[in-house]
Design a protein around this ligand. Structure first.
Ligand SMILES: CC(C)(COP(=O)(O)OP(=O)(O)OC[C@H]1O[C@@H](n2cnc3c(N)ncnc32)[C@H](O)[C@@H]1OP(=O)(O)O)[C@@H](O)C(=O)NCCC(=O)NCCS
Length: 345
């Protein structure tokens, strides 16, 4: 594609008669536009075709719609796409697989590229009302709560609902299976994996085994632990990324949280007292930072007591710098490393 071209996602109804598609392609070509890919969405009343089209940069929405109408397409809609959308759907799906197995999530990027989703939001209430409402799609989140997908373009079709459902389920299934065994220096074996809401009771039990000093260092308050609803929100992957370290008997001994905060992410760790100083914190932090990098986060930060030597040492090992200090609490920032970069832990 030359630099004077832009990519558009164009949708239109094309009659099911020989030559209709050729007429539309010819009209695009006559207007200096080039079809790069075509997908057919089955609808109750027929089929809608969706095209990715290279369009001269000077063309407006009206120009694109005019080219469709002149080629015999009806009920047209057009929205600007991203050059990355030229990658085909199977490649986007494989990207979800790779990123989610690496501990991040490829879901938002895949939904944007495959379905033009501009905004992915999550709310904790479950829904019994899945489906499309114009350019808004509601899905039950397999991790609990409801996902809402929005785009600027046309209404979601049933085929797109099915694709969104499949992508969300794929991302969920992979995240649950992306386990890693960690060998600690003393030879103990722990499993590290992404938390789900089914882990909340074991996370609560782990908090009960932590002493008050450990809990205060984690939450910087006197709270014994977050409420169950807050823990369920924390482990939901729309809010962030929570890793657990588990003993072979399934007991949780440590939790690492990465909470999405716009373009940044907050990292926090909690290792049960009896498991501290064995490398668990280092193992979790390294993985959280790799997940942050694969999720496109450029800067992470951590809040810690200024006397918390263990956490500060751990963060400094990853190149953290003190951003600011408030009475007794320091904020350190880190630039996460990519998944293919080796880090300690
Ligand atoms: C801070 C914490 C996460 C560290 O986890 P950990 O598993 O004990 O740490 P590791 O064994 O991976 O060791 C990490 C580093 O800290 C050092 N360290 C660990 N405990 C230490 C201690 N009590 N005093 C001094 N240094 C200590 C280790 O020597 C290691 O340093 P090195 O890499 O330079 O050798 C853990 O102690 C903890 O959960 N503390 C309570 C909660 C908390 O403070 N959270 C941080 C704020 S969010």
């Amino acid at each position: 594609m030359s630099t004077e071209q832009t990519v558009w996602r164009v949708r239109a109804t094309v009659t099911d008669t020989p030559g209709s598609l050729a007429a539309l392609a010819a009209s695009f070509a006559w207007h200096g536009m080039n079809i790069v890919s075509v997908q057919v969405h089955g609808m109750p009343a027929g089929a809608v075709d969706e095209f990715l089209v290279e369009v001269p940069a000077t063309a407006t929405t009206d120009d694109v719609l005019a080219a469709v109408s002149a080629g015999g397409g009806t009920e047209p809609s057009a929205m600007r796409a991203d050059v990355r959308d030229l990658v085909d759907v199977p490649t986007h799906v494989l990207t979800v697989v790779a990123r989610t197995l690496a501990g991040g999530t490829g879901l938002p990027e895949a939904l944007r590229a495959v379905l033009g989703v501009r905004e992915l939001s999550w709310s904790p209430a479950d829904t019994a009302d899945e489906g499309a409402d114009g350019p808004v799609l509601r899905l039950a989140d397999p991790e609990g709560g409801t996902l809402e997908l929005r785009r600027d373009g046309p209404a979601f079709t049933p085929a797109e609902f099915a694709r969104a459902r499949a992508l969300v389920d794929l991302d969920h299934q992979l995240a649950a299976r992306a386990e890693r065994t960690v060998l600690l220096t003393a030879g103990e074996e722990l499993t590290v994996r992404t938390a789900t809401r089914a882990d909340v009771p074991e996370i609560v039990a782990m908090h009960a085994r932590c002493g008050p000093r450990t809990r205060r260092r984690r939450y910087l308050t006197g709270t014994p632990r977050p409420a169950d609803a807050e823990l369920r929100r924390m482990v939901n992957r729309r809010a962030g990324h929570t890793l657990l370290a588990l003993r072979p008997d399934g007991a949780v001994v440590a939790m690492g949280n990465l909470v999405w905060d716009g373009d940044t992410g907050e990292v926090a760790l909690l290792v049960e007292d009896a498991w501290q100083r064995r490398g668990v914190g280092a193992a979790l932090l390294g993985r959280l930072l790799r997940a942050a990098a694969s999720g496109g986060v450029e800067t992470c930060y951590a809040l810690t007591e200024t006397t918390n030597t263990a956490m500060i040492r751990l963060l400094r090992r990853h190149g953290a710098a003190v951003e600011r200090t408030e009475p007794g609490v320091a904020c350190l920032t880190i630039r996460p490393v990519r998944a293919d970069t080796r880090v300690p832990g």
